[in-house]
Design a protein around this ligand. Structure first.
Ligand SMILES: *Cc1c(COP(=O)(O)O)cnc(C)c1O
Length: 217
């Protein structure tokens, strides 16, 4: 795997306005450092413990994104340094993130994970729940979190028509939510197999792992 070349290849095919999150879960720090030395600064992990270990070992100008499902009792371990939490799908979780952010006197950026896939194994809230949440009084009381956009995971399938339908639904949901909260700016969608399609459907942030670092075990 030539990580530097892979990054170059991907960067050359995506608009500059799209943020590339290098998904480095399960990969050793030496691989991450290759990406870092090639200029990559945004990394995504899906386990808090693993992200903390890598954060401690690596340069401090990295932006760490938590892209996986977040357990409330573990928010405290990443609150100090996490740059963006993609998988926020309940008010309870937001409240805990707010509490931990406050301890560090910071504001943590969050994305609302919207359920766009048909399979029910995927986490996320419905578009209606997200709308109600943004409208609610209780959310304005959380001063140490900021919702900056949405995140979604399409169905795991080769049927690109299905995936396209789900991406378009997320874009539509984003537009609706943005009418309530104009500062929203991020649509996190697209992975190694479908990031081109995701960008065509309006993605502003892609999460790419295996196309950069190779297949995971
Ligand atoms: C692992 C993972 C990715 C990256 O998947 P690849 O197919 O390796 O690009 C993206 N998003 C989430 C939430 C993931 O867990």
């Amino acid at each position: 795997m030539n990580i530097e070349q892979n990054l170059k290849d991907i960067k050359s095919t995506i608009p500059e306005s799209v943020t590339l999150v290098a998904v480095s879960k399960t990969k050793p720090i030496s691989d991450l450092m290759e990406a870092y030395n090639a200029g990559q600064r945004v990394f995504g992990e899906n386990k808090i413990q693993e992200m903390v270990e890598k954060y401690e070992e690596m340069p401090k100008d990295i932006k760490w994104h938590m892209i996986g499902h977040v357990q409330r009792n573990k928010v405290k371990y990443m609150a100090e340094f996490v740059n963006l939490i993609h998988g926020v799908d309940s008010f309870k979780l937001l409240k805990e993130i707010n509490k931990q952010a406050k301890k560090h006197d910071k504001i943590i950026n969050c994305l609302l994970q919207i359920k766009i896939a048909e399979e029910d194994s995927k986490f996320g809230m419905s578009a209606d729940d997200a709308t109600s949440l943004l409208k609610s009084e209780k959310i304005s009381e959380l001063k140490n979190i900021k919702i900056v956009g949405v995140m979604g995971m399409a169905t795991f399938t080769d049927n690109m028509n299905q995936v396209e339908k789900e991406f378009k639904f997320l874009k539509h949901t984003f537009t609706e939510l943005k009418s309530l909260q104009p500062e929203l700016k991020t649509i996190s969608m697209g992975m190694s197999g479908d990031y081109q399609l995701a960008i065509d459907c309006g993605s502003t942030m892609i999460r790419v792992g295996s196309s950069i670092f190779g297949e995971r075990n």
